[in-house]
Design a protein around this ligand. Structure first.
Ligand code: LER
Ligand code: MN
Length: 269
């Protein structure tokens, strides 16, 4: 019922928690041959990729894409919704709208709002930063209501904005648009949530996508997170989306692809 998925990157990305970075065609083939049902694509700039070629590869290997990861535009170009500079905010909004255009073109239902929201810079007013983030999100949400934006709570070492499911739920409720949902990531939850299972049940109606990575961000099964319990909770809330491994390429890219699919099997996915 839930799709086994892995996050990979289109060429040229540097984000470290991606299992596969090189040779896009090879990666897609490996992912399909290992038995994954879906693949999440991390893209820095949709203008820098060959969308038709990517589309036809995905079609050839019958791999749907549940969401586009967008954090590289923050990591590599410093674009963010929270930035005090309106020019940077404008570019960040434009970039997410470009990702939404790509999503529509390739039939991808979601675009992730992770690191692209930015953070509160030292000395800056957190309320003002939140207002800026919300304004930018609304602009993107209204740009194309047919594409869902998924806000991902990220741990405190990556941002100071929306670290846990409770704060993400609050802003989703405040904005109140049907195309704003949540992406939960076990790596971040393990750091921030007082009770991972309780939190999943608490935001059951908001969850639109799920990232699995173990406590050390290696493949699930390589650390100390209790994934059996998490899968049970996801079944209990009738989650029917993708479970996407977003992990470090450890011990190697090939090995973590194999370890993940093997562990997904043990979880009965
Ligand atoms: C992106 O999905 C994520 O989980 C962030 O940690 C990016 O650094
Ligand atoms: Mn994630």
């Amino acid at each position: 019922m839930m799709q086994k998925c892995i996050a990979i990157s289109t060429p040229g990305a540097r984000f470290s928690a991606l299992a596969v970075k090189e040779n896009f065609r090879d990666s897609i083939r490996k992912v399909a041959e290992l038995g994954y049902d879906a693949v999440e694509l991390h893209i820095r700039d949709p203008h820098g990729i060959d969308a038709d070629e990517i589309g036809s590869l995905l079609h050839q290997y019958r791999l749907p894409v549940p969401t586009i990861g967008t954090g590289q535009a923050y990591g590599e170009e410093g674009l963010s919704f929270a930035d005090p500079d309106p020019v940077i905010r404008r570019k960040a909004v434009q970039r997410i709208q470009d990702q939404m255009d790509l999503a529509s073109r390739l039939g991808i239902p979601r675009v992730t709002i992770g690191l692209i929201r930015g953070t509160v810079k030292p000395g800056a007013d957190p309320n003002q930063a939140e207002e800026r983030v919300q304004e930018c999100m609304v602009e993107c949400l209204d740009y194309n209501p047919a594409v869902t934006l998924i806000l991902e709570p990220l741990n405190r070492y990556e941002t100071s904005l929306y670290n846990d499911t409770a704060s993400a739920k609050e802003v989703i409720d405040r904005i109140g648009k049907p195309n704003l949902k949540m992406l939960i990531d076990t790596f971040h939850m393990n750091i921030e949530e007082p009770d991972i299972i309780g939190s999943i049940l608490g935001v059951r109606d908001y969850i639109s996508h799920v990232h699995f990575a173990d406590s050390n961000r290696w493949a699930p099964g390589c650390g100390h997170i209790d994934f059996k319990k998490i899968v049970r909770a996801l079944r209990r809330i009738k989650y029917r989306g993708a479970i996407c491994a977003e992990i470090l390429p450890k011990p190697t890219s090939d090995e973590c692809l194999r370890l993940t699919i093997e562990y997904f099997g043990k979880l009965g996915l």
